[in-house]
Design a protein around this ligand. Structure first.
Ligand code: SF4
Ligand code: SF4
Length: 129
């Protein structure tokens, strides 16, 4: 297992390079990922509910979805799902100017300090070769 990011806490997003292989879904310990048929935004690829993703903290040493994903750069950092970034998640900042879909927009998830805001804004890949 790649273990570059041990102990991290972050929000992740799946982008439009997803090939719908489903390798990530069963790896997620909290069922935060849905497939292309259930992507609530209408896009035809997998989706991470930002209000459900627990960042694999207390489950794995690194984000299991990104470790399992065969598509380089498909799963990237996103902003923390915290009070400070509600505007991000409530805005049209998902993919192609669309809005995120959440079940609980008021949820607050943990974040981590060792991933910079710049890297999050740039949506850098969680796992980089
Ligand atoms: S980082 Fe972990 S909790 Fe979040 S979507 Fe990926 S596997 Fe699920
Ligand atoms: S493992 Fe990667 S390519 Fe496969 S469904 Fe998940 S996000 Fe998409």
């Amino acid at each position: 297992m790649k273990s570059k990011y041990k102990g991290i806490r972050m929000a992740v997003i799946i982008n439009d390079t997803c090939i719908n292989c489903a390798a990530c879904i069963d790896e997620c310990p909290v069922e935060a990922i849905v497939d292309e048929d259930d992507n609530p935004t209408g896009e035809e690829y997998h989706y991470v509910y930002p209000d459900k993703c627990v960042e694999c903290v207390d489950h794995f040493d690194s984000p299991a979805c990104a470790e399992a994903c065969p598509t380089e750069g498909c799963i990237t950092w996103d902003m923390p799902f915290t009070e400070d970034y509600k505007d991000h998640y409530n805005g049209e900042n998902y993919i192609d100017g669309q809005a995120y879909v959440m079940d609980d927009a008021d949820a607050v998830m943990p974040t981590r300090a060792d991933i910079s805001t710049e890297d999050r804004q740039a949506r850098k890949p969680v796992v980089e070769d």
